[in-house]
Design a protein around this ligand. Structure first.
Ligand SMILES: C[S@@+](CC[C@H](N)C(=O)[O-])C[C@H]1O[C@@H](n2cnc3c(N)ncnc32)[C@H](O)[C@@H]1O
Length: 211
């Protein structure tokens, strides 16, 4: 594990706390409320979604590749019992420890900005989802309707990515999800209050794997 990843993991919760309080926690709760069955979360980080999984989830598979994040995720689980059957795996989003068609839902929150290859990750999500299963996402994205902000996102993408463990500012994630063969449902575009202006443009919603 690199020093950069360890430092990022250490400061992450404190850095996002204002935005979590202002909006992300409410958005996570809304997004995850209807889940049931087998759910796979990719890049679970420190476990910000943990308290929002409903009791109807029978099996929750949390995956996270970065050891420092994984440690915090396990500490979080020691403190908070989500009341459901939870497995934790060290795994990349491009190689999930789940069989074909096993999952009812795959959850990505603030992860598709950081994976090296979105198409590979979305293909892997499709592999584990049963036909008609759902991808649930909350992601910060390129400011496609704000040329001034997009210009700054482009200018600062490299230093931002270096400082934030591979996170990118200019991802067109909605198009990538559609391009991976998912049927997009309603997608909410909303500015994340109290987040850095560079990561304020967000999308959230669900997309369905082909039946
Ligand atoms: C900004 S954090 C978000 C954490 C969490 N999902 C949340 O909503 O708070 C990004 C996470 O993506 C993870 N990540 C980065 N590359 C990844 C990959 N290739 N596969 C899975 N997760 C990855 C990081 O380790 C980190 O935990």
């Amino acid at each position: 594990m690199s020093l950069r990843d360890a430092l990022f993991a250490r400061v992450y919760d404190r850095a996002v706390a204002p935005a979590e309080e202002a909006c992300f926690q409410d958005w996570r709760a809304d997004l995850l409320a209807g889940l049931s069955g087998t759910v796979v979360e990719v890049g679970a980080g420190t476990g910000a979604n943990l308290s929002h999984y409903p009791a109807a989830v029978e099996r929750l598979v949390l995956t996270e590749p970065t050891p420092a994040m994984l440690r915090q995720l396990r500490d979080h689980l020691d403190r908070v019992d989500p009341g459901i059957d939870v497995e934790v795996h060290r795994a990349s989003a491009s190689s999930l420890p789940v069989g074909d068609d096993e999952a009812d839902a795959v959850v990505t929150t603030l992860v598709l900005c950081s994976v090296p290859d979105q198409a590979a990750v979305l293909a892997e999500a499709r592999r584990v989802l049963r036909p008609g299963g759902r991808l649930l996402f909350l992601e910060h994205v390129a400011a496609e309707d704000r040329p001034d902000r997009l210009k700054w996102q482009r200018r600062l993408d490299r230093p931002w990515s270096f400082a934030c463990a591979g996170c990118h500012l200019t991802r067109r994630t909605e198009a990538a999800i559609a391009g991976a063969g998912f049927a997009l449902g309603e997608v909410t575009h909303e500015s994340a209050r109290k987040a850095s202006p560079l990561v304020r443009p967000t999308i959230r919603g669900t997309a369905t794997a082909p039946a």
